[in-house]
Design a binder for this molecule. Sequence first.
Ligand code: C2E
Ligand code: MG
Ligand code: MG
Ligand code: MG
Length: 292
Amino acid sequence: QAKGNGKNTFRFYSQEVHEAADWRMKLEGDLRRGIEEGQLVLHYQPKYNIMTNTVTSAEALVRWNHPVYGMIPPNQFIGVAEETGLIVPLERWVIRQACEDMAGICQEGLGLCHVAVNLSQVHFHQEDLVDYIQQACEETGFSPSGLEIEVTESTMMNNQEVVVSKLCSLRELGIQVSMDDFGTGYSSLSSLKTLPINCLKIDRSFIQDVLQDESSEAIVSLIISMAEHLNLNVIAEGVETEQQVELLRQLECREVQGYFYSKPLPLEQLIAFLQRSAGAHSLAALLKEEGH
Ligand code: C2E
Ligand code: MG
Ligand code: MG
Ligand code: MG
């Protein structure tokens, strides 16, 4: 009986694998075409300074507007893009588009001239990555000092040599570097002192239960004060409630990002958000002046 089961399991398994392989091949073909035919879309999630109530930056997050399946989130295609090398043309498009969009916003005088893009570890093995980014800034008229690269903690730790050398070159251009999903990887405390980074992004998982779980609060608090001592900026990801904002303010975390302030937005909605928040800011200032 055990044998029979094994056989059935095998047949089922091989059929599943077969389907999965077919699916991946279709996905790869679709994605290649999607990149070429302009089906990628960027949404922007504001980063917010909770001490000054200003938008400090926006993170570019890619989506794929598939002609049949509609808007597909990045977690469903970044993996395949990495395995097939399509991540390079994909992220080149992201970099270029983000620079172009933010150069426009900056010129509009909306009070924001800063954008962050995520880079995969695979892309760091591309020899001309730094040249490409420099060229994208030049061609779009976007200042490299307004560009920020987000690299996950595990990417940085698993590919130290190739990642660190390219990040150093990018920083020489004035580009900033953030360590994404911080707290989930394995950086040593001593590496934080020497890595070419400007900012720690505290992973959403810690923020999620910062109010319920004392050890999460302790970790968040520790990361914030460690960043302060190491002269790094720090931002909390995935902030969803006002109570979380209040606690983070008490812990002296200046920047947050999350659904509480805004979901990732299409470009036009980001612009509208900036207009509204600039309006709200001057309204608050006005009320204060009037002694309310
Ligand atoms: P990430 O860089 O850590 O981005 C944060 C993710 O958390 C985003 O998901 C964002 O929509 C989501 N998020 C933000 N605030 C909240 C919140 O308050 N609550 C909850 N539940 N979620 C929140 P998204 O856009 O689906 O992106 C997922 C991941 O895909 C990103 O994680 C990033 O690792 C990856 N990704 C997106 N674009 C690119 C890209 O151009 N290149 C690479 N390599 N990865 C990308
Ligand atoms: Mg990110
Ligand atoms: Mg993140
Ligand atoms: Mg994350």
